[in-house]
Design a protein around this ligand. Structure first.
Ligand SMILES: [Zn+2]
Length: 145
């Protein structure tokens, strides 16, 4: 038991692999018979693992990958919006063109349908504006959408 303080001083070096073969065996032999030093060794190992876990992934790296993921999500969502709206506009334009040049439909029906299409486009536009505005004023809320 008299050994204890001496062994405890060596535990850190033991874990670092800095002890000579002889000293290492001395620590191991002692720890085999001494609960206190076995516990101290376990505690020290645990603390070191905790520290290395905290330090292993560079904080910069975590932030970087999180930022990249966020950017990727936002970019793909933005592209999705633009592609969807562009597709919708092209389709609507094509439909309006086909409809307007169709001579079998009468003018009143054409005007009414054009008004309807215009209304839908305006609605889409206002929703888009609202979303753009919301994204600017609150960048974090739309993350879970
Ligand atoms: Zn001991």
């Amino acid at each position: 038991m008299n050994d204890c303080s001496h062994i405890e001083e060596s535990l850190s070096a033991y874990l670092d692999g800095e002890l000579t073969q002889q000293d290492r065996q001395r620590v191991e032999l002692h720890a085999d018979q001494c609960d206190r030093c076995t516990q101290a060794l376990a505690e020290l190992t645990r603390i070191r693992e905790g520290i290395s876990q905290l330090r292993q992934p560079e904080p910069n790296e975590i932030q970087w990958s999180r930022m990249m993921r966020l950017t990727a999500t936002k970019t793909s969502r933005g592209v999705g919006w633009i592609a969807g709206i562009a597709g919708g506009v092209v389709l609507a334009g094509y439909a309006v063109y086909e409809f307007a040049t169709d001579e079998t439909t009468d003018a009143f029906f054409k005007v009414a349908t054009a008004a309807l299409a215009g209304g839908v486009l305006l609605l889409l536009f206002s929703v888009l504006m609202e979303r753009l505005h919301a994204r600017k004023s609150d960048r974090y809320k739309d993350v879970e959408l």
